[in-house]
Design a protein around this ligand. Structure first.
Ligand code: SF4
Length: 221
């Protein structure tokens, strides 16, 4: 039986592809052999309020506080947390015959608003997501994966899909986005109104979500 290029994990609402094991996408090939094949997981996922609430709802408050909120690799924004990647040491070293290290190149590119995105690309070429496990893939609990991680399918895989499969892909992607994004926007607005941010008072955010969870349970019963 022919194997499908992409499949849908309905329990965790995520797209999966066996093609990722041997990533064919030119954009995601490692710059040097030292970097290993990580495909699109050269990425720094951003947890929104949707994923933070998923951790609270799953009873993983300790995990959220210790591994996400207080993780020194991570950057806390008022309503999001960027999970910093592990940058390979070769990012900081000069290759033979090159005047600048990749880091110095990225630094130069970052000063011009028109080339800033290239600086990000340069750094990501040497970065591995902190949740990536060599030989296994994503090590993050799928319940906490960001909507981008759950919905991203690269162009090389899309090119292998039939028209019908593409339509199905769009509908799966929509269903992921339509859940996560409005949730984030809605609760961000309320927290903003109440003057609560992750930066200033993470415990107040957690309290807010505990109350939301209680309210959800009451409605269910
Ligand atoms: S969280 Fe998982 S899927 Fe997302 S970039 Fe990291 S390793 Fe890849």
């Amino acid at each position: 039986m022919e194997q499908k290029v992409i499949s849908w994990d309905g329990e965790n609402k995520q797209l999966l592809s066996t093609v990722c094991r041997r990533c064919p996408e030119p954009h995601f090939q490692p710059r040097t052999d030292e970097l290993g094949h990580i495909g699109c997981c050269a990425y720094e996922p951003v947890f929104t309020l949707y994923e933070i609430y998923a951790m609270i709802r799953a009873g993983e408050e300790k995990y959220f506080l210790e591994s996400i909120y207080h993780n020194p690799l991570n950057t806390i924004h008022p309503y999001e947390i960027m999970a910093g990647g592990r940058v390979h040491p070769s990012y900081y070293g000069k290759k033979d015959g090159e005047a600048l290290s990749p880091h110095e190149k990225a630094d130069a590119l970052s000063h011009n608003p028109r080339t800033r995105f290239l600086a990000v690309d340069e750094k990501l070429s040497y970065t591995v997501c902190q949740f990536f496990i060599d030989g296994k893939g994503c090590g993050l609990d799928p319940r906490f994966k960001t909507s981008i991680c759950r919905s991203f399918i690269c162009q090389s895989i899309e090119d292998k899909l039939s028209e019908r499969e593409r339509e199905q892909l769009d509908s799966w992607r929509r269903s992921i986005r339509e859940e996560a994004e409005p949730f984030h926007r809605y609760h961000k607005k309320i927290l903003e109104r109440e003057g609560i941010t992750l930066l200033e008072d993470v415990h107040a955010v957690m309290d807010y979500f505990r109350k939301l969870l209680e309210a959800e349970k009451t409605v269910e019963n």
